[in-house]
Design a protein around this ligand. Sequence first.
Ligand SMILES: CNc1ncnc2c1ncn2[C@@H]1O[C@H](COP(=O)(O)OP(=O)(O)OP(=O)(O)O)[C@@H](O)[C@H]1O
Length: 169
Amino acid sequence: MRETTLCFPMREGRDGETEVLLIEKRRGLGEGWYNGPGGKLEAGETPRECAVRETHEEVGLEVEPSALEKAGELTFLLDGEGHTFCHVYRTRSVAGEPTASEEAYPEWVAIDEVPYEQMWDDDHLWLPGVLEGETVVGKFRFEGGQPLDEAEFVGHDLEWGVSFAADRK
Ligand SMILES: CNc1ncnc2c1ncn2[C@@H]1O[C@H](COP(=O)(O)OP(=O)(O)OP(=O)(O)O)[C@@H](O)[C@H]1O
């Protein structure tokens, strides 16, 4: 199973509302959809290191590794087999201005204006809670063969309020 990360940088917007940095993905899995910065772990890398690297590579933001708060662990199954295990982080420790890359267009979005209809079908089930500060373990079942972003979302299990306190990797 592939191991991946998602990182959700957050800040206070001009009118005091909470904003999250999303990317519009320009290539690869989930192309044309919104998501957080993130991607696959490289050899020898911890999930936290991967989240920092991917956020920098995709949108040019510097996030502080120790200020990444683990918010979720998501398992995506395709036709009954583990396809992707994703570590989800959020952070308020963000430096720099987001810039577009070959991979992604970045955009700060108010958390009550997140475009769930232009995201993976599972996102609306877990991302609102994650953006409100909750923690979650989720399992999401897709069917219909590769690639994952053309398969059908058929079911899920969620467990909220999970502790990741011991997870410093
Ligand atoms: C099935 N439902 C899903 N819901 C929400 N997010 C999902 C997801 N499935 C995959 N993701 C995330 O999408 C990112 C890109 O995936 P990723 O494997 O990196 O694909 P990509 O083709 O871009 O590869 P590169 O990393 O560029 O090599 C990565 O953070 C991964 O966790």
